[in-house]
Design a protein around this ligand. Sequence first.
Ligand SMILES: [Zn+2]
Ligand SMILES: [Zn+2]
Length: 137
Amino acid sequence: MAITGGCLCRAVRYSIDAAPIITRTCWCRVCQYIGAGSATVNSCFPSAALTVHGELRDYSLTADSGNVAHRRFCPTCGTHLFSASEARPHLVFVRAGTLDDPELARPAMTIWTASAPSWACFDERLPQVQRQPPPAA
Ligand SMILES: [Zn+2]
Ligand SMILES: [Zn+2]
């Protein structure tokens, strides 16, 4: 059964014919902008399994990892849906809040904790990586 999701205004909808490879909570500095001050939760999927309907805008910049990352969002409502690194084009990271069922996206790791503010709350049950983790796949 496909995993489905979309943006807040529903102009963008997607489906994914694969299970998530891993879900991670990311406190990198860029994610703090996207997450309104908090971390983002991102589920990694094979990019070939993703089908998108609707217009996306793409903002690319060099991430803290040193790789060029593309962040795609709905130009109407501004919801961030996907990120992908040019270094690993076979993977796409889906912003977990856009999943129709966010229960599918239980995080297994907290990453970029070195960039988090002192008041950040980490889930003590999860392994933490101070900066860039090893590739998801
Ligand atoms: Zn939208
Ligand atoms: Zn991040």
